[in-house]
Design a protein around this ligand. Structure first.
Ligand code: TYD
Length: 274
């Protein structure tokens, strides 16, 4: 079970190396030993990484977190060492930024300030967690990454893609995931979730229909921006229909990921088994 206690967890790992067709090796080196060398804003370890970076994207409430946890269980059972993490958050500093962003008292945050906070969390996360794990040959499963900024701040808040891609290049060395699972869900369920959340926080919303139409327009822009990213980068971004049951979606994700990574098809046996 993955717990989002604020920091990432490293799972049990296999003792053997597993070759990956993506050109990296999944091996047993412990997280934290590897160093990411950063000089003049250039992340040198990006080019020398050996691990695999997989991100999960989608609208609020599409079931990303559950699917990420379930994929982690499957990969782990096949002997792959997993680092599961999330954005905003993933480090002690990032989790404080997350609290600030999601706190109802932060309402009225300027979209540029929101974008800057997302990237502040990401820059810390990259250097403290993601790059060291990749340099150590681990598989990083990350719940949201820069595509979220492009979809939510670029599309939803209308800041455009160019600003996000520039910030990504400057602050994140342009690091791209090897694979992005984009979970495609209906805008209506995200609007419903936002309404429930808002009711819980402030039960006296003055104008429900205005709230609903603004949210629908916002999530439609986010959804469209995601689809544009998938169209622009079809090799990296795999669109998964998440409208079915969680079980069906899980099956699709496992098939896609196993097809991309050279991991054993059968779960690992324990030494005493059989
Ligand atoms: P998340 O915890 O994934 O929320 P949910 O479980 O509802 O999908 O993300 C928190 C919120 O932060 C979500 O509304 C999306 C938003 N977000 C951005 O707007 N930009 C970003 O760059 C990231 C990483 C998240």
């Amino acid at each position: 079970m993955i717990s989002w206690s604020g920091l990432t967890q490293t799972f049990e790992y296999s003792s053997g190396d597993v070759a990956s067709p993506l050109g990296y090796r999944l091996c047993s080196t412990r997280l934290g030993r590897a160093r990411a060398t950063i000089r003049a804003g250039i992340i040198e370890s990006v080019s020398s990484r050996r691990g695999t970076f997989i991100t999960f994207e989608g609208l609020d409430g599409c079931g990303k977190s559950t699917q990420l946890e379930r994929l982690a269980v499957v990969l782990r059972s096949r002997g792959v060492e997993i680092v599961a993490t999330r954005e905003p958050g993933g480090t002690a500093t990032g989790e404080r930024i997350r609290q600030l962003l999601l706190d109802v008292r932060t309402a009225g945050l300027d979209p540029h300030a929101e974008l800057a906070l997302m990237f502040a969390s990401r820059a810390q996360h990259l250097r403290e967690v993601i790059l060291p794990a990749l340099a150590a040959g681990q598989v990083v499963l990350c719940d949201r990454f820069t595509d979220s900024s492009e979809a939510y701040q670029g599309g939803g808040r209308k800041l455009g893609s160019a600003a996000i891609l520039d910030l990504h290049r400057i602050l994140c060395g342009g690091l791209q995931p090897d694979l992005t699972i984009l979970m495609d869900s209906d805008v209506g369920s995200s609007v419903e979730r936002a309404r429930r959340r808002n009711r819980d926080r402030s039960p006296d919303i003055a104008d429900e229909s205005r709230f609903e139409s603004e949210n629908r327009a916002f999530f439609t822009r986010v959804h469209n921006a995601y689809l544009e990213i998938a169209k622009r980068e079809p090799q990296r971004v795999l669109l998964v229909d998440a409208r079915g049951s969680a079980e069906q979606t899980h099956g699709k994700i496992v098939d896609l990921v196993l097809a991309r990574m050279n991991v054993p098809v059968e779960p690992r046996r324990t030494r005493n088994a059989g």
